[in-house]
Design a protein around this ligand. Structure first.
Ligand code: SIN
Length: 359
């Protein structure tokens, strides 16, 4: 397996390594797809002091070459390359790393010789990174994220099979044009729909209400539905180095307006509210958000419930208050979309609602 760069830091990422060491099956037909694994850290690269410890471990300490080395079957699925983009616990994911990752994926996929990309990631913010890439990757080639709930050192670690399955999905022609995918525990999810739903279970990712796109098992990939909303090549979003300041607030019993007022004073461009039920908001926070919207802050109503959607002018009078409905996006994905929309120059609730209705 050829490693493209071995650095653990973003700044020192080496992307110029030649591919001469790539195992080739030239002479036999056909050539296996060429897949690049971009590692960012997470539990899939985590290690604990003992094989029975699955909660007290350090994420992101095992290098990508080692992750690939324990799965020899990868070489029967694809010609493998790898790069260590970062080594972070994904709770610490930050926008500069998103920029680096998306730009690297776009550069790789512009190369006619590369057939797809797999990203290894922590589970904690995987759904945010996946949706960000879904909206900013400019290629129809497969991009598949995967992760693990148990560290690499654990009994029954789930990372190796998840990695093999992710590469299998990325190597499939039928994965092209489906946007960014998440392969986890034998299921294939769309980046737009998938969310983490368990703190410990190996079956930690689901696409609430809508279900997975398909499945992968023993080298077989089957898609059972398609992706309806525009993504990748069909979006107006490009990855950039500047990120509008958007934060999330939560509505709950007894909440005050202090957080919203502090965010407005700090100069945020947008606020997503994780409302109760159908995006309903405690009266004190709703007034603070209405005041924020009247000062030009973009306000998006999402729900803390975990499934379903937020109806425009349902639980709040969006037209009168200047709010936008997040529809079926959870607050964390709504924040990703709001940042990209503001960065693309969208302003005002009408233009922003159109974007939320589209993506
Ligand atoms: C992380 O998100 O990096 C740690 C947790 C995990 O990957 O499961």
């Amino acid at each position: 397996m050829a490693a493209r760069g071995a650095s653990l830091t973003i700044a020192a990422m080496n992307t110029s390594t030649s591919s001469s060491a790539i195992p080739s099956n030239e002479g036999t037909t056909p050539l296996l797809p060429r897949i690049v694994v971009l590692a960012t850290g997470g539990t899939i690269a985590g290690a604990a002091a003992s094989a029975t410890n699955t909660s007290g471990y350090q994420a992101g300490v095992i290098g990508v070459e080692q992750l690939l080395a324990v799965v020899p079957a990868l070489s029967t699925v694809a010609r493998m390359e790898s790069e260590q983009i970062a080594s972070v616990d994904s709770k610490d994911m930050a926008m500069p790393l998103w920029t680096t990752l998306a730009q690297r994926i776009n550069t790789l996929l512009a190369d006619d010789e590369i057939d797809g990309v797999v990203v290894t990631h922590g589970t904690d913010t995987l759904e945010e990174t996946a949706y960000l890439l879904h909206l900013t990757v400019k290629s129809d080639k497969p991009v598949v994220l995967t992760a693990a709930m148990r560290p690499a050192s654990a009994l029954s670690a789930d990372g190796p099979l998840n990695l093999l399955n992710a590469v299998t999905v990325a190597a499939q022609a039928s994965s092209r044009g489906q946007g960014v995918l998440v392969a986890f525990n034998n299921k294939i999810h769309s980046a737009r729909d998938v969310v983490k739903t368990s703190t410990y279970a190996v079956d930690a990712f689901h696409s609430p209400e809508i279900g997975a796109l398909g499945w992968v098992q023993d080298g077989r990939v089957e898609f059972q539905r398609g992706v309806v909303r525009p993504h990748t090549l069909a979006t107006e979003f490009v990855i950039g180095a500047t990120w509008p300041h958007v934060e999330i607030v939560v509505s709950y019993a007894g909440v005050s307006r202090i957080a919203v007022d502090a965010l407005v004073a700090a100069g945020v461009r947008g606020i997503v509210v994780a409302g109760t039920g159908n995006g309903s908001i405690h009266a004190s926070v709703q007034q603070a958000l209405a005041d924020a919207a009247s000062q030009g802050v973009a306000v998006v109503r999402a729900s803390r419930v975990g499934s379903g959607h937020v109806m425009r002018n349902g639980a709040a009078a969006d037209d009168a208050l200047g709010f936008v409905s997040a529809g079926s996006l959870n607050p964390y994905k709504a924040r990703v979309l709001l940042m990209l929309a503001l960065a693309a120059g969208a302003t005002g609730p009408v233009a922003l609602q159109k974007i939320f209705d589209t993506y």
